[in-house]
Design a binder for this molecule. Structure first.
Ligand code: PMV
Length: 325
């Protein structure tokens, strides 16, 4: 009744921004991401007859409170699925996702937990079933089931049965790289959950955001197939800017950007002006991720480290999907 799984985090090039169902975690648009090899979570789940409740260790530390509740609630889903309602688990997770880099460790965390938990109870889930289960822990996590590029299909069903990720291109299709730029900024004040909700409920820009997604997706998928870096980069950067624009129209308005975020964005645009193709993307926080090609790695890293507000730059390649043991 024990299994171990490893899942990598992913960065969205077409963002998931808005829910149509809060509790089932169903999105208002499709999204597309790249899984990264540098950042992962490894989780062991052991279901044991002698436990009276679930126990959760993260990086060797026993966890309680909100983080524990999210894990327990998710284990409930797995238990219900397997019809093993009174069987509790000990969970050990090791996070290789530096929180300072601004990656949601929940993406790799819930993907690894879903994979290890379902396997420990003897469930043989297809990738599609696993992605659908993972989605209910953290939306963006459903894309981490796959390596390389993956698309989360929003689906139309009210029960979420057709909302899961599908593979677009494997990690070895294209050696595209991502620099995670760490800034001397504080923790985000508006969580992605709260930010999305406020945007959906109040921003007049939200509809236009949603309406613009199908064209972005079609074009970026074409760019990925053709390994057209300029096309993929331009669409990803513009899509990120549109997502962040919706937050300025919300009531009350908010932004995830700081002056350091802007400084990095300008450094990336300066690289392009100097003939080096590089593009930025930003999630629900101040940190910036930069897409580049291997032949430009030295110049890109140097330019980013030269920005005074930058405290670290972590380079990553395209990563694999879920693996066991
Ligand atoms: O799944 P969450 O709640 O971590 O939301 C992620 C939202 C963004 O990171 C901003 C975009 C995305 O698609 O990952």
């Amino acid at each position: 009744m024990k299994a171990t799984a490893k899942a990598h985090t992913n960065i969205a090039l077409i963002k998931y921004w808005g829910k149509r169902d809060e509790s089932l975690i169903l999105p208002t648009n499709n999204s597309l991401s790249l899984t990264l090899d540098g950042f992962y979570t490894k989780t062991t789940v052991e279901f044991r007859e002698d436990l009276a409740r679930d126990i959760f260790y993260l990086d060797e530390e026993r966890i309680s409170g909100v983080q524990y509740d999210r894990v327990r609630n998710f284990l409930d889903l797995i238990r219900n699925h397997a019809d093993k309602k009174d069987l509790y688990a000990q969970v050990h997770s090791i996070n290789e996702v530096p929180t300072a880099a601004g990656f949601a460790s929940s993406a790799s965390g819930f993907a690894a937990l879903a994979a290890a938990g379902s396997r420990a109870l003897g469930m043989q889930l297809s990738d599609q079933e696993l992605s659908r289960l993972t989605r209910q822990g953290s939306g963006s996590a459903c894309r981490s089931v796959y390596g390389g590029f993956a698309e989360w299909q929003q689906g139309v069903e009210a029960d979420g049965s057709d909302s899961y990720a599908v593979p677009v291109a494997p990690a070895d299709h294209w050696d595209i790289r991502v620099a995670a730029v760490v800034l001397s900024a504080k923790m985000k004040k508006v969580s992605s959950r709260e930010g999305m909700k406020r945007t959906v409920d109040t921003s007049p820009f939200f509809r236009s955001w949603v309406n613009s997604i199908p064209a972005d997706l079609e074009e970026i998928k074409q760019g990925i197939t053709e390994r057209d870096f300029d096309k993929v980069g331009h669409i990803a950067e513009a899509n990120c800017l549109k997502m962040h624009a919706t937050t300025l129209g919300a009531r009350p308005p908010f932004t995830y950007w700081t002056d350091a975020t802007m400084a990095v964005m300008q450094a990336v645009q300066a690289l392009r002006a100097n003939g080096i193709p590089a593009f930025f993307t930003i999630d629900a926080g101040p940190n910036v991720k930069v897409l580049y090609l291997p032949e430009n790695e030295i110049e890109v890293e140097k330019a980013l480290r030269n920005v005074p507000e930058v405290t670290d730059v972590i380079l990553s390649r395209s990563g694999q999907g879920i693996s066991y043991n």
